[in-house]
Design a protein. Sequence first.
Length: 708
Amino acid sequence: MSQDEKLQMVRTWFPPLAKGKPGAPDDLIPSAGEMVGIPRLGIPTLRESDASLGVANQVNQRPGDTATALPSSLATAASFNPQVAEEGGAMIGAEARAKRFNVLLAGGVNLTRDPWGGRDFEYLGEDPVLAGTLVGAQIRGVQSNHIVSTIKHFALNAQETGRMVYDARIGQAALHESDLLAFEIGIETGHPASVMCAYNKINGDHACENHELLTNVLRSDWRYKGWVMSDWGAVHSTAKAANAGLDQDSGAELDDGDWFRDKLRAALAAGTVPQARLDAMVRHILTGVIASGLYDDPSPSTVQPIDTDAHARVAQKAEEQGIVLLRNEGALLPAATTARRIVLIGGHADVGVLSGGGSSQVRSTGGVPVEIPLKSGPASSFARITWHNSSPLRAIRALAPQADVSYVDGSDPQAAARAAKGADLVLVFATQWRTEAEDVTSLSLPDHQDALIETVAAANPHTAVVLETGGPVLMPWLGKVPAVLAAWYPGQRGAEAIANVIFGKVNPSGRLPITFPASADQAPRPAPVGLAQVAEHDAASNAGSSGGTTALAIAVDYPEGADVGYRWYEKKALKPLFPFGFGLSYTQFRYAGLSVKAGRTISASFDVTNTGSRAGAVVPQLYVSLPTAKGQGTRSPARLAGFARIELAPGETRHVTLQAEPRILASWDTTRRQWSRAAGAYQVSVNRAADDPVLTDKATLPAITFRP
Ligand code: BGC
């Protein structure tokens, strides 16, 4: 390869800004990025599209180009079902390929450290074993189409406030045992061809120029062979970034300097970036392109047909398995098919279901019944509040043809209460929109929806709340509302899935992949760090949080360390509103006969029986608490070590064996760069939810060390 050809590969165009720029191709597809290929060598042009929930088309930049929208990744995480993640990945990957994209910027797996995170909906929850397993499955699905998937954002892009500037400060051991473990599991099970480094800093260095992360961890510890691409606008140097391990500068027109073009050529000439480094960058890209199958099976040059009905069913199944039944007093649900009058209130439930905003925004098949532009804020240039055309009103009517089903918009609580009075069932659809580039500043439902729910519930005791949110919300009305469903952002067949759960055609089986706090101050950080600084800076520079990369210094500390989410709640003896792993069913399950074996790891066997009269799925969760050193209390917080989702017919018993993920039993030894498991007694439990053990035992293990 010539030097020019090599340099062509390590920098990608950002189509919306590249038009007319010297060297830019004139056939760029409006999308996230493009690397121009080298036909002489059979190296394909890489056409990149977002993201994890479907082929995105933010602000309708490709007019009329619709795609199938999965529910939010939190819903997929709530399924606790790798198969659902893999099918979703395979489906969106097939659509990407059919639309001529061959790099899908999927695989978002940042752990939810903060319940108010703007992108929590794009990720897979707060636990490294759950998130890592599911992201690996999702990536496998995407790449089964012989296209590239990323895993992102490496690492600790845990908040959106000041995302370009904040410094995530955390100890190496804590980092390896939490966020990095999710990536490690995702990479070894999903083999993503590319890793996308994040915007933020980690311990002082930006993620895309972080030698510890990109070289010591990724290449040396994990022996990763694919390529590291930057997030869009996340590169801030030439030699530092290239020598730290960045292989490709994405969407370079968004950078604060064109770091990987003339400047890189000059750095190579001057020797500040060794030629061997450029060769390695190119080798990593080609390794990913070849290993994903893309080199041998190039994506089509023309748009291919898509089986939209089959794909919509994939989206619906993901939502059906992801809906979490949080409360069901007096068995209000499932609703009787004899109900005569049903009233739906709020959330635009007459026409659609809400989606999350930002680069992951899919314009779904069926159109956009409601779309609200933003007037200000960092997300306003690329996000609109968007509903998918999946109408709960239509879906409920279809399942209750005998009933009078009506809708009121909920803007007037008194009018809503009047409409609700005397109905057999009232469904309040409560929404909370989240988006990339901004965190939510309150965990309360916005727009007086709490008052609406209180007023309606007071008028009719048969009230259920359906939450369409991008993460946890507070529920001051909980004691007065008999039934609550967390439907997340339900995706383009969300209404049909919700209706099926409400009428019992689908027995809810989702489990919370994140803790729902009882109050914001239970979380390690009760609000986004740096919010005031960013607001002040943006007001002065009018740049949004994506601009002004150097002007602000925001340090975010993680006192929870590796004890993210439910582990923090146990450590601090806090009772959340709903714990991680929690979810109800229309049937009941009984656990019995735990037998624990200790060997290379811990394996736990037990029986689980469906004791009710409906078929349903149960999600047994294996937790392990490590032996504590002298003087460190009686117990260290229990960690999720394994899980399964099991479908059981009424009366059916299944013998289940769960193996503990070995790294969950160990600590990261920073000096020796290896895992180290202490000798001692490990407390083992099989739980219904993080704080609800049903079977417990102990296992005694010898000390071992092992390489990552
Ligand atoms: C996001 C990435 C996305 C990229 C390309 C960035 O703003 O952080 O997740 O893949 O844009 O659209």
